[in-house]
Ligand binder design. Structure first.
Ligand code: FES
Length: 189
């Protein structure tokens, strides 16, 4: 098993020790303990994703202190955490807007007009994929298949799927977000 790299249990080789580690309330710590308790100590890293979702929920994104916290709790290297974090589009490795609009760009969606949907969103929001609006409200992303190919084209806001999209449907979604009355159907874990 990988070793922790933090000061009380450093790696044998030289490693950059983070200056700051995230701290959480007792309630959040208990939630995290609950996830860790599901696995034997040598398999703690299996709780990586649940911990990422909690850290992201609490801090808005997976910042360096949050990553250091996860590495410490799981007994893995910082790079182990980054490797996983950068694989998943639902894990934010930089600050994201309140409404993260992720448009599927894979084959079925592409054929069914995802390109137009992306262009429409970009025009409406005044940002390109990969950018966040100046007011911090919207982040726009193009992502790989989200598993809803039969109802293409589709996008995701937070964890909510919106399928069989038309530009009119997209306008309804973005208008609700802009007004602040978009209701997330799926709660952030
Ligand atoms: S191709 Fe878009 S959800 Fe699968």
């Amino acid at each position: 098993m990988s070793q922790q790299f933090l000061p009380d249990n450093p790696l044998p080789q030289e490693a950059k020790v983070p200056e700051e580690i995230a701290r959480f309330s007792p309630a959040v710590e208990a939630e995290i303990d609950g996830h860790l308790a599901k696995y034997p100590p040598e398999r703690r890293r299996s709780a990586m994703l649940p911990l990422m979702f909690i850290v992201q929920r609490e801090r808005g994104w997976l910042d360096k202190p949050g990553v250091a916290y996860i590495a410490n709790r799981l007994g893995v290297r910082i790079t182990d955490v980054w490797e996983t974090a950068t694989f998943y589009s639902m894990i934010y490795t930089k600050p994201a807007g309140k409404y993260h609009v992720q448009i599927c760009k894979t084959l079925s969606c592409k054929i069914m007009g995802a390109g137009n949907i992306t262009e429409h969103c970009a025009q409406r929001l005044g940002i390109k994929p990969g950018e966040t609006s100046a007011d911090g409200k919207f982040t726009l992303s193009e992502v790989e298949c989200l598993g809803s190919c039969g109802t293409a084209p589709m996008l995701q806001v937070g964890f909510d799927f919106h399928e069989n999209l038309t530009t009119e449907k997209v306008d309804e979604i973005l208008d609700a977000c802009a007004r602040g009355d978009y209701k997330f159907a799926v709660k952030v874990r």
